[in-house]
Design a protein around this ligand. Structure first.
Ligand SMILES: Cc1ncc(COP(=O)(O)O)c(C=O)c1O
Length: 379
């Protein structure tokens, strides 16, 4: 509706259904005092862009990820686009990516003047694999984008091995996987470069838009720092073509600094919620994708059902909100459908009609989880 604030479907207001898919207000309330103190600090400081909060967040997030360089940007899609450009791919070259990850990588690939090519995903994990990537690699490929979908670490080492053999770089899309892995081997430090989103529903969410690029490669970090700010190598001196303005603002950086120390606990809580769903769905006609262990941070609780409409109707009847991440594979999105008409991705296409996302966020109450479990058990 005109004039209404835009929110993605997974960021619903708290007053909606009995069990909402997400409730951002609860996340604010849990840390209200600290978040408000952080906002006040920024307002009173008078430095609103690339100030001390931003510098501190870059340092703290880089340390959390195991000593990587961190470059704050405006959102996750910008992080993907600038990461791609930082790798200096040949103009017009091909980027391999998955088609089941919400069109974000495709958007960034097009914005960077590159061409997407899709690899299919594994039917158990819904992630790219070294084999599926290798099947579509060619001399025209410059980069592979690996999305840690739903919070689960993909096999970056395996994909890197097949990519490296052809001189192809690997970009991790960590938007859904902040904190996945273990200290020293975390998402964001495994490929050549990585992109994070701090969209409010993410595991590490801001109170508005935000994003970051991380890398262990000093050359890539230098390019990214230039490209996020007009291509400047020094103030008002452009050293790199293709730059733009994408900055993580000072308020969001301050909020993220309040939230980062809680990330591991929140990720654990998400895993516990998903473990309850897995247990409840044992023996019924749906499969809940498990999220156990450090390599999964339970960003989304996703089930696979033969008859998704019936499952959704049962959830609806119990006042439980659900959604689909994502209903249309990238190669079948309207602007692409003619161009990719001959592309067939059997697993991606089948799963788009079977997946369903259940409520999962750290502040979800025990009674709410019980309510979802009752519906799952009765399926
Ligand atoms: C996998 C993935 N990549 C990229 C993005 C883009 O992030 P943003 O919305 O901050 O641009 C998102 C989330 O929105 C995402 O889930």
């Amino acid at each position: 509706m005109a004039g209404e604030p835009e929110q993605k479907a997974d960021a619903v207001a708290s007053s909606s259904p009995a069990v909402p898919l997400n409730d951002l207000k609860r996340g604010y309330e849990a840390l209200a005092e600290e978040l408000e103190a952080a906002a006040t600090r920024v307002l009173r400081n008078g430095w609103y862009v690339h100030g001390p909060e931003h510098q501190a967040f870059e340092r703290e997030f880089g340390e959390y990820l195991g000593g990587v360089e961190c470059i704050g940007v405006g959102n996750g899609t910008d992080a993907l686009e600038i990461s791609l450009k930082s790798l200096l791919p040949s103009p017009g070259s091909v980027v391999v990516t998955a088609a089941n990850a919400g069109m974000y990588s495709s958007t960034a690939i097009r914005r960077a003047g590159l061409i997407p090519r899709y690899a299919d995903v594994d039917p158990e994990t819904l992630l790219l694999t070294p084999e599926s990537v290798e099947a579509v690699l060619g001399d025209d490929v410059s980069v592979v984008v690996v999305t840690h979908l739903y919070g689960r670490l993909a096999d970056v080492a395996g994909i890197r091995a097949v990519a490296r053999a052809r001189g192809v770089a690997v970009l991790e899309d960590c938007a859904q996987a902040a904190g996945a892995g273990e200290p020293g081997r975390r998402a964001g430090g495994l490929g050549d470069v990585a992109a994070f989103s701090f969209y409010p529903t993410k595991n590490l969410g801001a109170l508005g838009d935000g994003g970051a690029i991380t890398t262990r490669r000093p050359d890539v970090a230098e390019q990214a720092r230039r490209l996020r700010q007009y291509g400047w190598e020094a103030k008002y001196r452009v050293g790199q073509d293709g730059g733009r303005n994408s900055r993580l603002d000072e308020l969001q950086a301050a909020f993220l600094r309040v939230r980062l120390p809680h990330l591991d606990d929140w990720n654990q809580r998400r895993r516990e919620v998903i473990a309850r769903y897995v247990e409840a769905a044992d023996g019924v006609r749906v499969r809940v994708l498990p999220a156990s262990g450090a390599d999964h941070v339970g960003h989304l609780a996703v089930l696979v059902a033969q008859d998704r409409a019936a499952v959704r109707a049962a959830l609806d009847a119990a006042g439980i909100q659900s959604d689909v991440h994502y209903p249309v594979p990238d190669h079948q999105q309207a602007p692409f459908v003619d161009h990719f008409a001959s592309v067939s991705l059997p697993v991606t296409e089948e799963m788009a009609g079977r997946i369903l996302t259940l409520p999962c966020f750290p502040e979800l109450g025990k009674d709410e989880v019980d309510r979802v479990c009752t519906v799952l058990r009765d399926l």
